[in-house]
Every structure is written in C-alpha cells, then in structure tokens.
Write a protein that binds this ligand. Structure first.
Ligand code: 13P
Length: 287
C-alpha cells in the first residue's frame, strides 16, 4: 500500500511507537528495506535525499523503482516514498515525480522565509494528498550540503510552523546526522517536551537516528516522536559486510565476483539494521 505518512504517523503517535524512515541508495537497498519491513509487518518510510535521487538517476527513477518493487514484491504494509531534506525547487520536482511525501527543509532560511516557503509547499502537496514534513532548528551534522551545528530549536518557532498545516515536524533537539561524537551530550528532552506541549499535537520527527541509545529512543517516543530517520547505520553495515567478503577473498572464489553474490552480504547487513530499528521503535506487527 503506497501512502502519505500522515495517517501512519498519527496512529504511531497515539499508540506510542514510531515509524522508521530508512534512507535508500539503490535497488538493492530499496528491496532489502521493503522485504524486511513486509516480513516484520512494519510500515516504512523510504527516505530519499536529493543527492541520493541524483545518484539513482532522478526523482522519477526513484519513484518508479519504489512503486515497481512495491507491486512486484507484493508488499502489503504501508510504504511512503518520502523526499528527505528537500530544497524549495527539489520539493516541487519530487512532488511532480510522484513522491507520496515531501520534507521541505527550510531550516537554513530566516524563519519568515521558512514560513513562506513551507506554506507554499503545503498548499501544493495537499492538493495531491501528499504529506509535508517541515523543519526548524537545523539538525547537526552534514547531509547533502544542508549543515547545522547540533542546534536546539526554539519551541515558539516550532509552534508557528506546526500551525501552517504541515503533517509532521522535525525540530533540532541536539540530534546529529552521521556518527555521534564521543562527547555528545545526548538528546535535549526538556526542549522536546516544551515543543510537544505547544505544537498542536502534531507528530514529531527525530532525525539522526543512527547510534542513539535505546533508552533515549524510547524516551523520545514517549514524548511525542512518531518517526525516526536512519541512514548512516545501514551504510556502515553495508560497507562492513562488503569489505569482509572481499578481504576474505570470496570475490575471487569461483563466480564470487557476480554482483548478486558480491552484494549479498551487504544487503544482509542492511536487513539486520532495519530489523533492530523496527523492533526498537515498536513498529513491528502493526499491519
Ligand atoms: P543518520 O544518518 O544519522 O541515521 O540520519 C538520518 C537522517 O536523519 C536522514 O534525514
């Protein structure tokens, strides 16, 4: 079932679990994520950054790939094709290409500009029943050129954005994309609670889901986080398993160079991470 993220995230928020957003990079990635989530009866949001879409050949390639795999693999769990950290122009292009959900990331703009662009994107997307995620208070780390410094969002700005008709809100609460540094202070739960209290009950998103300890994930879900994004951990697992295969000389053994064999351990690595996250977020056995 291809859907927007609206209903599943509202449902998750009410019942105290979170929908996983797993970012994808190619056919193997997409297939691995869909198969594992179907097996676990978990809804899934396929996250696609503009950089990943460019790498795969464009927004329509991604949308068609995800739709075709969804159909051919007979996936029954809800699947969302979601633009991750979209620019103003990119958001409009992904919408045209058939994405079922758009994140417009205006966090690098002054708040007034972020508000104006977000409103416009909401109007365009809602005409097509496509959901919108907005962001305020940049998420730390580096993701496809959108940078931030581990900012903590201003709850008042969060309330303004939440009032624009968006479906879900991403707000910086000390979370960081990529690997967490050893001296990371952890999530700022005080700010998260303040944001939740004044954002009209819309579900919240936690970016930078890789490497956040389970107790902090659970606490964040308890405070209103209904969607958690994971990218780096899948990339690390894929690289680690592929590296092991090659270092063990398996690519030199018989037909071990066949991409279907060469990429299999990496795919298994992605599936293992997805399973861990689904169980941690409590999204299994929901559909
Ligand atoms: P990680 O790469 O840290 O898991 O973050 C993913 C993310 O937030 C995508 O928007």
């Amino acid at each position: 079932m291809l859907v927007s993220l609206k209903e599943i995230c509202i449902e998750a928020g009410k019942k105290g679990w979170a929908v996983p957003q797993i970012n994808i990079n190619n056919l193997e990635w997409t297939k691995a994520v869909l198969e594992k989530c179907e097996e676990l009866h978990s809804p899934v949001i396929l996250g696609v950054s503009e950089g990943a879409a460019k790498y795969m050949g464009g927004f329509s390639v991604v949308a068609n790939l995800a739709k075709s795999l969804h159909d051919s693999l007979k996936i029954n769990v809800p699947v969302v094709i979601h633009l991750d950290h979209g620019t103003y122009e990119g958001s409009k292009k992904a919408l045209e290409a058939g994405f079922t959900s758009i994140m417009f990331d205006g966090s690098s703009y002054p708040i007034d500009q972020n508000i104006a662009y977000t409103k416009e994107i909401v109007a365009l997307c809602h005409q097509k029943n496509v959901s919108v995620e907005a962001e305020v208070g940049a998420i730390g780390g580096e993701e496809d050129g959108v940078t931030g410094n581990g900012e903590v969002a201003d709850p008042k700005e969060c309330a303004i954005l939440a009032g624009l008709g968006i479906d879900i809100l991403a707000a910086g609460i000390g979370n960081i994309h990529g690997r967490y540094p050893a001296n990371w202070k952890g999530l700022n739960f005080e700010t998260l609670a303040k944001i939740k209290a004044i954002t009209h009950n819309i579900p919240l998103v936690l970016h930078g889901g890789s490497g956040i300890p389970e107790d902090q994930i659970k606490k964040a879900i308890g405070l209103g986080v209904a969607k958690i994004n994971v990218n780096t951990e899948c990339q690390l697992a894929f690289a680690q398993e592929t590296r092991k295969y090659i270092l063990e000389g398996k690519d030199l053994d018989g037909k071990g160079f066949d991409p279907r064999k060469l990429l299999a351990p990496g795919v298994a690595g992605i599936k293992k991470v997805v399973e861990e996250k689904v169980l941690m977020f409590g999204s299994n056995n929901r559909y």
